[in-house]
Design a protein around this ligand. Structure first.
Ligand SMILES: C[S@@+](CC[C@H](N)C(=O)[O-])C[C@H]1O[C@@H](n2cnc3c(N)ncnc32)[C@H](O)[C@@H]1O
Length: 357
């Protein structure tokens, strides 16, 4: 897999610089957040010929000291350039300011994960999301999603949706190839996928399955789009003792869902799905597998996301490798009949059917 830095060829001199970047990473991160929120990055971006420290302080209304410490850090981190007493934006600064994926990732880390990640080591020891207490008192983040503050919710949903939205259009082609009339949307979240399916095919009916808080949100959204006759819902906790899901649907859809669970839990959920499947049912699992990415940078982001699951979400799940899913699918009595990468930029869809029918 392509690495973000060539660690085998790096000199000792470069390596010690990289080590300092890690040592001070939270400082650079918070300085960047401040530069964005205080409007300094925008201001420098708008001045193609550069802008002085005094002008920055005047135009943003912050002290010269404040602008100075932030911008010195930013210059050392390669975010801005400084010459002839003027600051200009660098290519890295440009992407930190203007690239959607970078913004979505930064807001998610800052608003949802930053404080909680302080408890990562504890989470590794206990197998529990010890950082979650920084947001609220729930066993996993999923029970709390509908109760997060508006800012936390915005960052969580933008992060989740950025990745899945990116894949939904191409995913429609895969799922509707077998012309399903009834689809179960497991972990339907805000109902986005179900509404997309209804827009794509006027005859399809959807049933969203989710925890109570999130199901309410999804059904309310469906109602607001006059889709309450076509999008139904069923509360289910798939980790409860004997979860049951409706039998006989043409397709079962699990998008960015199974990565919310440990391998043992995934196996249990796949067995529940298998129980509900007929010989015609297709189970479509859409995931971002760490070993199916085109670029090393994507794997870096996914592996970082795994640690959000560890410290914040539930303490025992992660972004998996495709082979790990193949093993679990087969243990659940299912077989993979379709395997398509490059669904959007990062996703793969594994389509499964029952083995013994
Ligand atoms: C990461 S979101 C996936 C959202 C959506 N499918 C997408 O692709 O954007 C995971 C969803 O699974 C739901 N969920 C988590 N744990 C669950 C459980 N034990 N039983 C049922 N649903 C659960 C959450 O409430 C959330 O809506």
């Amino acid at each position: 897999m392509e690495k973000t830095i060539n660690v085998e060829k790096i000199s000792s001199f470069e390596a010690i610089i990289e080590a300092q970047k890690i040592a001070f990473a939270p400082v650079v991160f918070q300085a960047t957040i401040a530069l964005k929120n205080l409007g300094i990055l925008d201001l420098i971006f708008s001045k193609r010929n550069g802008i002085s420290l005094t002008e920055i302080a005047e135009q943003t209304g912050i002290s010269e000291y404040g602008a100075d410490v932030l911008l010195e850090m930013a210059e050392s981190a390669g975010i801005v350039l400084f010459s002839n007493e003027k600051f200009t934006i660098s290519k890295i600064g440009y992407f930190l300011r203007s690239n959607k994926m970078t913004s979505v990732n930064m807001n998610f880390i800052n608003d949802v994960c930053y404080k909680g990640l302080f408890h990562l080591e504890e989470s590794i020891k206990t197998g529990k999301p010890e950082g979650l207490k920084e947001l609220g008192n729930w066993p996993t983040i999923y029970e709390g999603l509908s109760q997060l503050t508006p800012k936390e919710q915005k960052s969580w949903f933008e992060f989740d949706h950025f990745y899945s939205d990116n894949a939904f259009d191409k995913a429609l082609d895969v799922v509707f190839e077998s012309k399903p009339k009834w689809i179960l949307d497991v972990g339907g979240n805000t109902g986005k996928w179900s509404m997309k399916c209804c827009a794509h095919d006027p005859d399809v009916k959807m049933t969203i399955l989710d925890l109570p808080g999130q199901l309410n949100v999804a059904l309310k959204n469906a109602q607001e789009h006059q889709l309450e006759d076509r999008i139904l819902g069923q509360e289910v906790d798939l980790l409860s003792a004997n979860p049951v899901i409706p039998k006989g649907a043409d397709a079962i859809w699990m998008s960015q869902f199974l990565d919310c669970f440990s391998k043992e839990e995934i196996l249990k959920i796949l067995k529940v799905a298998a129980e509900a499947m007929t010989e015609h049912t297709r189970l479509h699992i859409m995931e971002t597998f760490t070993d199916r990415q085109e670029f090393g940078n994507a794997s870096f982001c996914l592996r970082a996301t795994s640690l959000y699951f560890t410290a914040m979400a539930n303490g025992n799940s992660k972004m998996y490798r495709a082979g790990e899913f193949y093993e679990l699918i087969s243990k659940a009595g299912l077989k993979v009949v379709g395997d398509e990468d490059r669904i959007g930029e990062f996703h793969t869809i594994l389509t499964c059917s029952k083995i013994d029918v």
